[in-house]
Design a binder for this molecule. Structure first.
Ligand SMILES: *[C@@H]1O[C@H](CO)[C@@H](O)[C@H](O)[C@H]1NC(C)=O
Ligand SMILES: *[C@@H]1O[C@H](CO)[C@@H](O)[C@H](O)[C@H]1NC(C)=O
Ligand SMILES: *[C@@H]1O[C@H](CO)[C@@H](O)[C@H](O)[C@H]1NC(C)=O
Ligand SMILES: *[C@@H]1O[C@H](CO)[C@@H](O)[C@H](O)[C@H]1NC(C)=O
Length: 423
């Protein structure tokens, strides 16, 4: 763990192994912030000596750490949220994130898809997040702001560049701005929870339509239909720079025990965070294989994945337990892969979308099993991508309504979107 404790940012390059998988392998070493990885959330912080030291600055070397706060609902968390939090973190030393309570979301936006506990687990799993304040209010009231400043020792409140107005039309951040403790980040990603809910609903509608046709594609061309639906409606344009920002490059150290886990990681959820944490604990370096869109479609059905491979890879890269990601990993774990990455252990969770043993497909883990380096991990959580999608379908009417309203304002946002510089 030593190498992860340093604050030095070393990006030692992006490795391209087109000869291996036609994919891209990235180094995403864990960020070494002040807290430890596996207990990093909610760890008490050092007392704020600075305020007592006054002008004497006896402990000059003990530079005071700037604490920044950002809040959100983080319902159906995606790499856009992760990127906003990454930007917020860059404005200070420690990032404290407020997660809005279920009750407040219901009152202001309608039912959340994910519970407080699930949203909290997702936010806590991000490598830029140092602390989480659960059950934050939807609106930053004066009282809550004072609590942030006094109790949580927050220096700055961060918000995106979209205006946030209270019901009475006033600026929610007016007070923070007045006291000079407000900072803004640019909203840049082409993704939102509303957009993802829309993708899930249209994917389910398509499935209904094709089921009516006895699972046959509408136009009778099976190749055309194999194009994943989710990927089509995405506004996200993956860039190498964004991938680099999400990565933090370090390869496995000498004698490191490399653990490999693969999957679709579609609609990245709390179950993913928990299985990745468990996998990371079995070694020194966690390599994650993210299957490409076509592989996911072949094994889960043509309406999956909801998120395309670059989106899914960014979500995995943002997770604090992940060291490295293979973007577009092969379905089968081969001998060559095991040798190339010096994989000591291949793991797979007990809860997963596919059930290989019950299907006629070949076992993708037959090689590691024959080598005696395969381990089935008890999934700590039973949540699945399908279950998340089903919750949305079950609450269909409420989400269609909520989405129509939000989609209109997002359409306006994209129509009026202008170039912004910065990260
Ligand atoms: C799919 O069809 C079922 C009935 O066949 C319907 O209840 C459900 O609302 C449909 N789902 C969508 C997303 O259209
Ligand atoms: C490969 O992994 C093993 C641990 O399983 C480790 O002992 C060995 O040193 C690693 N090899 C290299 C070259 O790092
Ligand atoms: C997967 O298959 C096993 C038996 O092969 C069965 O016990 C289990 O219920 C199946 N799981 C799912 C989710 O279908
Ligand atoms: C998942 O686990 C929760 C409790 O942890 C339980 O209430 C729920 O019924 C389980 N769901 C399934 C599909 O097994």
């Amino acid at each position: 763990m030593m190498e992860y404790e340093s604050n030095s940012w070393i990006w030692d390059g992006m490795y391209n192994f087109p000869h291996l998988f036609g994919g891209l392998m990235l180094t995403a070493a864990l960020l070494g912030f002040s807290t430890s990885y596996f207990g990093g959330i909610g760890v008490p912080h050092l007392p704020y000596l600075w305020s007592d030291l006054g002008i004497f600055h006896k402990k000059r070397r003990e530079k005071r750490r700037i604490r920044v706060y950002m809040d959100g609902c983080f319902d159906l968390m995606h790499y856009g949220h992760a990127n906003a939090l990454r930007q917020a973190k860059a404005l200070g030393d420690e990032l404290i994130v407020g997660v809005v309570s279920d009750e407040e979301i219901i009152a202001n936006k309608g039912p959340p898809v994910l519970s407080m506990q699930e949203r909290r687990a997702l936010v806590s799993g991000l490598k830029w997040v140092d602390e989480v304040i659960p059950n934050a209010p939807y609106e930053i009231t004066e009282q809550f702001m004072n609590r942030l400043f006094n109790e949580h020792k927050i220096d700055y409140i961060i918000h995106g560049d979209d205006p946030c107005l209270l019901p009475d039309g006033t600026d929610a951040y007016a007070l923070a701005k007045r006291v000079g403790r407000y900072k803004q980040i640019k909203r840049t990603e082409g993704v939102s929870s509303t957009d993802i809910v829309g993708r899930i609903l249209s994917s389910m509608r398509d499935r209904n339509a094709s089921e009516d046709q006895h699972d046959r594609p509408l136009n009778g061309d099976p190749h055309k239909e194999s194009q994943p639906k989710g990927a089509r409606s995405s506004q996200f344009l993956p860039t190498s720079r964004r991938i680099v920002q999400f990565s933090n490059g370090m390869g496995p150290g000498p004698n490191a025990r490399v653990v490999y886990i693969d999957g679709a990681f579609d609609l990245f959820h709390a179950g993913h965070v928990e299985i990745l944490k468990r996998a990371r604990q079995l070694g020194d370096f966690l390599l994650v294989g993210v299957h490409n869109d076509q592989t996911v479609s072949e094994h889960r059905g043509q309406h999956y994945p909801i998120m395309h491979v670059h989106e899914r890879s960014l979500s995995v890269l943002a997770c604090r337990y992940v060291d490295e990601v293979i973007i577009g990993a092969p379905w089968e774990v081969t001998k060559d892969m095991i040798t190339t990455f010096n994989i000591s252990l291949v793991v797979h969770g007990t809860i997963s979308e596919n059930n290989f043993s019950s299907s006629s497909e070949s076992d993708p883990y037959s090689v590691p099993k024959s080598m005696g380096i395969f381990k089935l991990l008890d999934s700590p959580s039973n949540i699945t991508t399908t279950a998340v999608a089903q919750r949305i379908v079950a609450n269909h009417d409420a989400y269609v309504k909520r989405n129509a309203k939000k989609a209109a304002s997002e359409k306006k946002y994209y129509a009026e979107k202008k170039y912004v510089s910065g990260d």
